[in-house]
Structure formats: structure tokens, C-alpha cells
Design a protein. Structure first.
Length: 415
């Protein structure tokens, strides 16, 4: 095992740290929900844990030590870190959670741009929960008090995500085949209903610039939406089975999609071009095998903040960590998750905002935290990421550059 592989290890587990709370919450329900979402707050001070039939626990996270917060932990300056464990009884089963930034003001009403609104979410931290009954609730992440309730979906809300541009637009994907856009700065009013899927929507995610949003579900396709016009920008077709999750690269140049067909496909969201395929089963499976119950479904995917790695979780309790830009480490690092119950399955994963931790959730609401290998990217890779944050692939073709450099900037070449 080389030095990089030895860094990919378990650094914390949620269940042992809060075992007494976990037991109390588990005793209140006969069957725990499947944990399809593990989420860090944008400032990496909290972690949202789905625990219990309709319980959400906001666990304090020590971002300096990269682990769950202990009662006696201190920050970099030696000051005590205030621990604030928040347990939210959401009232009905929760499918999805998401953090957004904003702050309610001292007064219930305020005036902004000649328009009255009940809340000002512009500087504080809020939590959104998507429910089985189709409702979405917005909570104060510090007090656990409910602030808003959004209602328009007719079936379970499977995923929700805030735009990273600070606009506090919230997108929700539902089993009713639709996506809806909500504006929290306008009292949670619904902006738009996006119709393009013909079956259940499982996942939705924003690009880093909030220009695009991608959604996927029980169909074999992925839709990339233009979030300025709220129209379909690209329809990505290439998977043989349901697409369970997707995530954008930090520069927004790549969309990674994870499917039950045992494959991860990397796409150019601007052009719709298929760039690369990562196979979890070797040799690559046939269409008949990939489109059925193959025992190697990929359920979760997360892009690392360095743009060089992707984490995936799949059936059989396997956590994989792929290096995309190092030809010598093209084979992924694989960890077998230690579960006490053979029926436990890994369902989701998420990378912390600092990029140092990969959180993995399973079907029994347990969460394991892995240390992400720290690798310094090459100057060439860092330069490409800097360029691609501002230029989409069609615009690169308009610049007079050597052919090989153009291909590298467009991720047609990886090394």
C-alpha cells in the first residue's frame, strides 16, 4: 500500500460518537429510513444526519481537526468551539436534506427593494428537508425551528439542492416526475416547474456557477438545464439503467453520473459530449447484464474539490476512490465498508467543502467518514481548472491554440 492509499481511511463514525442519541431515536420507530443523503453545511461546521423515521440530527463538525466535534475541542487559536447539537422532529418521513445560507432578521417583516418579505435569509444557515408526502420544510439550523413550508409536489421529494451563488434558489426533484424551483428570498414562492422527465426524479445538482442544473432518475437519461432560461440545455443518453446520482466537477466542466448499469460516465455538460467511462465491473458488462439486477449498482457519487478524484459507493459495501488525472493510478482505491449487518447497503456519499472528508451513508442511517487523500495537482491540471471555471468547451474552440492544448482544456485528454 502506497502513501496515498494509506491516507484513504476511516477517520470518524457517527454512530459511536452519538450512540446514546442514536439508540433513543431508533427506539422511537420500528424501521429506520434509508439514508440517501449525507450533507455538510457550506461553512463545514455542521453535518446533517437522517436518523429515525422523521428525525434529522445536525451534528457539530470540527473543520480544523476534520472530525466530529468533541465537547473539549478548540479552534486554531485555542478558543473553545461551542457545540450545538440540534435534533429536528420533521413531523413526517424525510427523504432528502440540504443546507442553504441566509439569516432571519430580528423583526418579522422587512422591506427590501420596495417589496415586503417575512424573512431575510441572506446571511444565516438554514436547512431544507424533502418529505415523503411531497412537502418541503425550511428550518433554522441553529434553533431547529421551522420557518417555511413549501407545497406543490404530489409525490415524495427525493432530492433538494440550493444554488451555490447565494441566490437561495432551491430546486426539488420528486417522484411525481417534476422539478420545481423555489425562491426563499421571496418567502419561498415557486418560480418554475421543470417538466422533462417521464419517470421518477432521484437526484438534482447545481453547477458551481449556478448556470446549469442536472437531474436524473429512473430513466436512462440525464437532463442538463439552463438555469437562466429554465429550459433544457442538453439531454445526455448513454446509460443502460436508472441513473441514481450526479455531481459537477469544481470547475463545472464535467458532469459525473452514476448508474445502476455499473458505470460512471463523465460528460461535458455544455456540449453534451461523453468524455470518459469508469467501469466498476471488469470486463465491461453486456447491455443485458448492465440493464438488470446485476449486483453492482452504483448508488452514490461525489466529486472531490481538487477536481482530480471521484468517490463512489455501490452494492456489496464497496467505496471506490478514483484518480482521474494520474495514469499510474488509473485503478481506483477500494474499501470494503465494515457493516455489522449484511443487509446494510451503502446508498450515498458526499465530499466536505474543504475536500478533506468523504462521508458515506447506508441503509441503516449510519455514516462513516473517510479521510480523502491529499494530492497536490500538477501545474497543468490547476491551470486547466482555472481556465475552465470561466470558459465552456464551445468557447475554447474559438481561441487559436495548439490542437493538443485545446483537447486537454476540453478534457478530451486527461493526462
Amino acid at each position: 500500500m502506497n502513501q496515498v492509499e494509506s491516507q484513504f481511511k476511516v477517520v470518524s463514525e457517527l454512530r459511536p460518537r452519538y450512540r446514546s442519541i442514536s439508540r433513543a431515536l431508533r427506539q422511537s420507530s420500528q424501521k429506520l429510513p434509508e439514508c440517501w443523503h449525507v450533507v455538510f453545511s457550506p461553512d463545514e461546521t455542521k453535518f446533517a444526519w437522517l436518523c429515525g423515521n422523521h428525525k434529522v440530527v445536525l451534528v457539530p463538525w470540527n473543520r480544523s481537526k476534520n472530525c466530529l466535534l468533541d465537547l473539549d475541542d478548540k479552534d486554531e487559536r485555542g478558543n473553545e468551539i461551542k457545540s450545538n447539537l440540534v435534533v429536528i422532529d420533521a413531523g413526517s418521513p424525510v427523504n432528502s436534506v440540504a443546507f442553504g445560507t441566509g439569516t432571519p432578521e430580528e423583526h418579522l417583516f422587512r422591506q427590501e427593494s420596495g417589496r415586503w418579505t417575512r424573512f431575510n435569509f441572506s446571511r444565516d444557515l438554514v436547512l431544507a428537508t424533502g418529505h415523503v408526502n411531497g412537502r418541503i420544510r425550511i428550518w433554522d439550523a441553529f434553533s431547529g425551528h421551522v420557518l417555511l413550508e413549501l407545497m406543490d409536489h404530489t409525490d415524495a421529494v427525493r432530492d433538494i439542492a440550493f444554488a451555490p451563488d447565494g441566490s437561495l434558489r432551491l430546486v426539488s426533484g420528486s417522484l411525481d416526475k417534476s422539478l420545481k424551483i423555489w425562491d426563499l428570498k421571496d418567502d419561498g414562492n415557486m418560480i418554475k416547474t421543470l417538466s422533462g422527465h417521464k419517470s421518477h426524479v432521484f437526484w438534482c445538482t447545481w453547477s458551481p456557477t449556478s448556470v446549469y442544473m442536472a437531474s436524473c432518475g429512473s430513466e436512462n437519461k440525464v437532463i442538463v438545464w439552463d438555469m437562466k432560461r429554465y429550459k433544457i440545455h442538453q439531454t445526455l443518453v448513454g446509460h443502460y439503467n436508472s441513473v441514481m446520482a450526479c455531481d459537477f466537477s469544481p470547475d463545472g466542466a464535467i458532469l459525473a453520473t452514476a448508474s445502476r448499469d455499473t458505470r460512471v460516465i463523465l460528460w461535458d455538460p455544455a456540449s453534451g459530449k461523453l468524455l470518459r467511462t469508469l467501469y466498476h465491473v471488469q470486463p465491461p458488462p453486456s447491455f443485458i447484464f448492465a440493464s438488470g439486477a446485476n449486483g453492482a449498482w452504483i448508488r452514490g457519487i461525489a466529486y472531490s474539490r481538487d477536481g482530480m478524484h471521484i468517490g463512489t459507493v455501490s452494492e456489496g459495501g464497496l467505496v471506490r476512490f478514483w484518480n482521474l488525472v494520474d495514469e499510474e493510478r488509473d485503478i481506483p482505491m477500494v474499501k470494503q465498508c465494515d457493516n455489522n449487518d449484511e443487509e446494510e447497503e451503502l446508498l450515498c456519499c458526499s465530499v466536505s467543502p474543504s475536500g478533506r472528508t468523504l462521508a458515506v451513508g447506508n441503509s441503516e442511517s449510519r455514516v462513516t467518514f473517510y479521510q480523502v487523500p491529499r494530492v497536490v495537482g500538477t501545474l497543468k491540471h490547476l491551470a486547466r481548472m482555472a481556465v475552465r471555471k470561466h470558459l465552456e468547451s464551445p468557447n475554447i474552440d474559438n481561441i487559436l491554440l495548439p490542437t493538443r492544448l485545446t483537447e486537454y482544456l476540453k478534457y478530451h485528454l486527461w493526462y
